[in-house]
Write a protein that binds this ligand. Structure first.
Ligand code: NAI
Length: 388
């Protein structure tokens, strides 16, 4: 049974995961090499819990108990009696290897060693261990206490027992768990790429401006945020880095090709909300253009981005990255899509989506628009992902 939980990294993700674990009654030890960061994390958590008290989500006794169950320290050795350690430090494979090696030398044989990495391979992280069968990816979304989805990623070395224990624990924390193959971007960060990439491409071709593309996807498509608003929210530097890492990891498949526009915006320091300017100007909102609400143009934009997203979701099924149910859950619970992409293609008609993709492929002659073979097969066989 998993009782004591260790977290390495007291940053955005480590703090959020520590909060969830403590709220679920676990004793938690949070380790960070920076004492200042530990102080910040403690104060930040106190503030978050006070807000939950004000909103009457928890009582002040709960708050005290949650804080008392968490120990903040800079000493890695305080993790020695953990049943599970979740690493949430800097996204650097060399540093992760060092930390995993050091932790393994401190903990028991049965302790599960997990990483919250967004982009690195779990197999590679596990390769630093003597007992790699206990290594697993447990990928939370930001902000971890609020986002319902957790991707669980067994590596090729991971044993069944480790996988089952991780799934059981995270389900007990009332999270939506999806299991996925140890492939770049796992489910969400892979399938979501065209939301940004195709929107940027439409802009680069001069078909529409940022506001119009955002309007088409929110008003006509039902997405909570348009791609440019979302990239500004995530940060162009961060979003570009994820795209570039997925592109490289897929051996430069043109489906994931990063955009020069985004690169230039990041280079110019137009990072988004955090820098006051991204695709939109947050210091002088009045200077931002109004959307062109032409429905024909809007529907063209929506169809183009959506068929690329659907093609990516179908590829994830085709390549056994996850089950159709998990892929739809991942996109609705991890990035709040209005509908699972596979449910959407069932509703819109597989033939319709194949025609849209085939048209783009014929027109541009570019590999990035190639329709997935599973989509072709489903059209030929007249099958659906969710026939009932
Ligand atoms: P962050 O930069 O907010 O925090 C990282 C913390 O790790 C810092 O406090 C740093 O002092 C500490 N640290 C670095 N090296 C260390 C070491 N050797 N020993 C102990 N502590 C060390 O980073 P963030 O955003 O929390 O990301 C952490 C991990 O979670 C990364 O692997 C990232 O890819 C992943 N992730 C991030 C998400 C996000 O939206 N920020 C979402 C999902 C996963």
């Amino acid at each position: 049974m998993i009782s004591k939980i260790g977290i390495i990294g007291a940053g955005t993700m480590g703090c959020g995961i520590a909060q969830i674990a403590s709220q679920n009654g676990h004793e938690v030890v949070v380790v960070d090499k920076e004492t200042l960061q530990l102080e910040k994390a403690k104060a930040g958590l106190d503030k978050i819990l006070s807000r939950l008290c004000e909103k009457e989500r928890i009582t002040s006794e709960d708050k005290i108990a949650i804080l008392n169950r968490i120990r903040f320290t800079s000493e890695l050795k305080q993790l020695s009696d953990s049943d599970l350690v979740i690493e949430a430090i800097v996204e650097n494979i060399g540093i992760k290897h060092e930390v995993f090696k050091a932790v393994e030398s401190l903990v028991s044989e049965s302790c599960i060693l997990a990483s919250n990495t967004s982009s690195l391979s779990i197999a590679s992280i596990g390769s630093a261990l003597n007992k790699a069968n206990r290594c697993i990816g447990i990928h939370f979304f930001n902000p971890a206490p609020l986002m319902p989805l957790v991707e669980i990623i067994p590596a090729v070395q991971t044993d069944e027992e480790t996988l089952n224990s991780a799934v059981e624990l995270i389900k007990n924390w009332k999270k939506t768990v999806v299991t996925c193959k140890d492939t770049p971007g796992f489910i969400v960060n892979r399938v979501a790429r065209p939301f940004y990439g195709e929107a940027l491409r439409i802009y680069e071709e001069g078909i529409a401006d940022f506001a119009t593309i955002d309007w088409a996807l929110t008003e006509l498509g039902g997405f909570k945020m348009g791609p440019f608003t979302l990239m500004d929210y995530i940060g162009n530097d961060v979003n570009y880095a994820v795209t570039e890492s997925v592109f490289k990891a897929f051996y430069y498949d043109s489906r994931f090709k990063p955009s020069f526009t985004q690169k230039r915006y990041a280079e110019a320091g137009f990072l988004g909300r955090k820098s006051g300017r991204g695709y939109y100007n947050y210091k002088e909102p009045k200077s931002n253009k109004e959307a062109n609400k032409d429905r024909v143009l809007g529907n063209y934009i929506l169809d183009r981005v959506r068929c690329m997203l659907i093609n990516e979701a179908i590829d994830a099924v085709f390549m056994n990255v996850g089950s159709p149910v998990d892929i739809d859950l991942a996109m609705t619970k991890g990035v709040n899509y209005p509908k699972g992409l596979l449910t959407w293609v069932d509703e819109l008609g597989h033939k319709e989506i194949l025609d849209q993709l085939q048209h783009l492929f014929d027109y541009y002659g570019e590999d990035r628009y190639r329709p997935n073979p599973l989509l072709r097969r489903m059209v030929a066989n007249k099958t659906k992902f969710f026939p009932h």
